[in-house]
Design a protein around this ligand. Structure first.
Ligand SMILES: Cc1cc2nc3c(=O)[nH]c(=O)nc-3n(C[C@H](O)[C@H](O)[C@H](O)COP(=O)(O)OP(=O)(O)OC[C@H]3O[C@@H](n4cnc5c(N)ncnc54)[C@H](O)[C@@H]3O)c2cc1C
Length: 547
């Protein structure tokens, strides 16, 4: 299906012809994906400048029954990129709508449009000397705050739950009308930016991981800069020691001693964030740890990589951080397999860095110098400054250079995230390892995992299947690996918190009642399946083909 010349003229008129394209080269670019499946090819792309233009586009699309796929910045790498789940959508790219509409430093919130990126808000706060901290993800400076929140992504601070820390959504519905959620529904409601629930049914969540509306504005809560802040780094000597660490961290999280999202990365995930697959010495047919354990050991030694590394931050008053530090030290005392615990303040880091700059002259390649650089990236992220460096892990098996923005699509990276949520229990982590690691090995991939302790009771295990997208054989293996993994995980009751269209398709069959109810909502709010057909909620009626 193509757009007719009349449609092209009409869509172009709304935004200006410079911001609308059906060029096949642009279509090809938009169809790029890190997933093993072919990306869906869109009809084109339209880039509105404001909410009024979004409403006009939606009305015109409704008149012509042209499906729209909204993106904020479209960098949903590993979960679907900028590709619609189904063929033949017009990409509604909201990245031009990138105004920070308000920052309230007393009540600690920002009101943003879809295109506002992590880098933009972070810079804005710093440049205007606003003493607030934004939660930050590892997806780099050029990804949006809104797209991430609407996919219920998470960052690294105590406000890591992006959806939980947002409210007051302004939404364009499928008939072009406007809806505001929470107290935003009431003109001049005084508490619209500071109270999530409003009155009556709470419907913010309906616009996340769904296709019921196009969000054009939301409020995001920020953290005040604390009086005192200490980063902590924990390393483990053995792979099994992670279960004990998770037990300790759960207790600390439940007691409120650790409030930030703690991220624990296994050895192979750490290696991937610093190096690339040694293609000159291995063929990628088997996991490196199976085929060439000596090469993996060499990389670990070269970069000083432990079996596990965990990273978090404690913040508050001086008394609070000192108490938290003592509790963490006490909790970790005698933990089997513990390697090191390090607490660092900004001041201490500065001193270490000064020492390192002297050391650079004496031992230029000392691993400590590299570790300091890595620590800086992690510390910045914990306090709201995104970095392109955190994107390096995506390119593990890529064959091309990623370029300065570390874009996984530019390096030809293959990446599938499988992200089951587990009860925060050591035994659940052991169970996951027992189930998942052999499957990664069966299909010839390194077992890379980050355990993100996002709440007090649950953690998300973010497993990455990294593959060489330029190889058909390897892509097919990655697909088979993800299918088998999903099968095994779903049968064991480990359900992902988010996923690509293929992952979602494999989840739905386990809960037909839930997805039928969701489809009824879609039918009521968007009977013609105009907005993001097939995104999370299955497409009921159309004959559009799945990508
Ligand atoms: C190395 C690496 C590290 C990563 N680290 C993290 C991490 O720490 N945390 C994390 O959560 N993710 C992470 N990601 C995954 C992903 O890149 C981010 O979640 C990213 O923020 C999503 O892209 P985006 O912001 O451009 O959202 P988009 O791609 O624009 O949108 C995401 C989804 O929301 C929908 N959507 C977007 N805007 C709207 C709107 N206005 N109205 C309705 N629907 C909309 C889109 O249709 C899409 O399905 C990482 C990826 C890589 C490769």
């Amino acid at each position: 299906m193509d757009l007719s010349p009349t449609q092209i003229e009409e869509f172009g008129k709304i935004v200006g012809h410079d911001f609308f394209s059906t060029d096949p080269i642009v279509q090809d670019r938009l169809a790029r994906t890190t997933l093993p499946e072919e990306g869906s090819r869109p009809l084109g792309i339209i880039r509105p400048a404001n909410r009024e233009q979004v409403q006009q586009i939606v009305r015109l699309a409704a008149a012509h029954k042209t499906p729209l796929y909204p993106i904020s910045t479209g960098k949903n790498w590993g979960y679907g990129d900028a590709c619609a789940p189904l063929e033949g959508c017009l990409i509604l790219d909201l990245s031009r709508m990138n105004r920070i509409l308000e920052v309230n430093s007393k009540l600690a919130y920002a009101v943003v449009e879809p295109g506002v990126t992590q880098g933009q808000l972070s810079n804005y706060l710093r440049q205007n000397k606003i003493p607030l901290i934004m939660d930050c993800t590892g997806a780099g400076p050029e990804t949006s705050l809104m797209g991430n929140a609407l996919d219920r992504g998470f960052g690294h601070s105590p406000y890591g739950d992006r959806f939980g820390n947002s409210c007051n959504y302004e939404v364009v519905l499928s008939d072009g009308s406007l809806l505001s959620t929470g107290f935003g529904a009431y003109p001049n409601a005084q508490a619209q930016h500071v109270y999530k629930w409003g009155v009556g049914p709470s419907i913010d969540g309906l616009f996340t991981q769904s296709n019921l509306g196009i969000v054009t504005r939301l409020t995001l809560w920020l953290m005040p800069q604390p009086e005192s802040l200490e980063y902590f780094f924990i390393t483990l000597k053995t792979p099994e020691a992670i279960s004990g660490l998770v037990e300790v961290l759960r207790q600390l999280r439940l007691q409120g001693m650790v409030r930030s999202t703690v991220h624990c990365l296994n050895e192979r995930r750490l290696v991937a964030s610093r190096a690339q697959y040694p293609w000159d010495q291995a063929d990628g047919k088997q996991a490196l740890e199976k085929q060439h354990p000596e090469l993996l050991d060499k990389l670990c030694r070269q970069y000083g990589i432990p079996a596990w590394a965990a990273l978090g931050v404690v913040m508050g008053s001086r008394v609070m951080t000192a108490a938290a530090r003592r509790s963490i030290q006490k909790g970790l005392k005698g933990l089997p397999g513990l390697d090191r615990v390090l607490f660092l303040t900004e001041k201490q880091f500065t001193w270490l860095n000064r020492g390192a700059s002297v050391m650079k002259w004496i031992i230029p390649n000392h691993p400590l110098l590299k570790s300091l650089g890595e620590a800086r990236v992690g510390m910045d992220m914990l306090t709201g400054t995104p970095s392109f460096d955190t994107l390096k892990g995506a390119h593990w098996r890529a064959r091309k250079e990623p370029g300065p923005a570390q874009d996984a699509l530019d390096s030809g990276s293959g990446l599938i995230w499988i992200s089951p949520v587990l009860p925060m229990m050591g035994e659940s982590v052991s169970d996951l390892t027992r189930l998942a690691e052999p499957l990664f090995h069966q299909f010839g991939f390194e077992y890379q995992v980050t355990l993100s302790l996002t709440t007090e009771r649950a953690l998300s295990a973010i497993m990455s299947i990294c593959f060489d997208k330029s190889s058909r054989e390897e892509s097919a293996r990655a697909k088979a690996c993800s299918e088998k993994l999903m099968d095994v995980l779903m049968n064991a009751g480990y359900v992902p918190y988010r996923g690509s269209p293929a992952i979602l398709a494999s989840i739905r069959k386990y809960s037909p009642a839930f997805w039928t109810a969701a489809a009824k909502l879609k039918q009521t709010w968007d009977p013609d399946g105009l907005i993001a057909p097939g995104r999370y909620i299955p497409d009921q009626k159309s004959k559009r083909t799945s990508a």
